[in-house]
Design a protein around this ligand. Sequence first.
Ligand code: F6P
Length: 329
Amino acid sequence: MSKEIKRIAVLTSGGDAPGMNAAIRAVVRNAFNNDLHIYGINRGYEGMIEGSIKRLETSDVGNIIHRGGTILKTARSKRFMTPEGRKIAYENLRDHDIDALIAVGGNGTFTGANKFLQEYPDFKMIGIPGTIDNDLYGTDFSIGFDTAVNTSVEAVDKIRDTADSHNRLFFVEVMGRHSGYIALHTAIAAGAGGVLIPEEDISLDDLVRLLKRSAKRAKLFSIVIVAEGNKMGTVYDIADHVGKQIDLYDDIKVTVIGHLQRGGSPSGFDRVLASILGFASVEALLIGKNSVMVGIRNNNIHYTTFEDAISKKKTFNKELLRMAHILAQ
Ligand code: F6P
């Protein structure tokens, strides 16, 4: 029979994502609701190694649900990748009598969690998907994705005005180191003329053909959304290459939206998602779950082992991509 959980800690790790604060708030409030002591760890796993651990009260998470970033700060910890770093982290948790940890983050966060639990099996950990990339297996959505898409759509709407005024072709790069979710959703929502994502093998010649076809209906400007992780090279190389094969536009420009997508007040969707997952992560610990990510699938809470979350690939929605290509014409 496993030990009763009395003290838990929460941290945010990896790239920040709008809605992380709402998740922290839900974890803290539900921990209080279950008479658990709750600690916050600053700067993710790095803070676990530094011993930057402090007790949280419910009042500490007041007035944060609407704030971007993370009140606990975050980091990509190199030291936690080493057994020595993880040992120090474990000892720091034990010094505070902490029995279990809730970690909000992405693939790197759960890879670290998985390693940590293999070395310290007496400890318990639950993950919450928090990454704007939305590339985690086991959940339909991760915290921050919706806000990031909204930020990109707002930016592309503005670019559309100037692209239209000047008859220009714009290549707009959005984030997504290994995934095209932000790009695909932005392209659909902003009515882009094309989209380049790592999940699809489309050549630049194909793209040129598509743009030429659109131009036939007297379309004098266009916007192509490029995922950061696309296979064709940097957005500047792509613009250069296409520019040499096409003379339909007055000019070609590049905009990189970049880290703007990581900040800002979370959307209503992200606040609700983060609240549901934060709340469910505490319940998961209380019903004896361990080494799992709490996600959402078809509107229901779904548990995925860390092992699966980090090793399996989320199925890309090819139908959505097909639709995006057709509607772009
Ligand atoms: O994983 C989220 C993400 O925003 C990626 O889309 C992007 O490539 C990366 O983080 C950027 O990381 P950093 O903030 O370390 O530059």
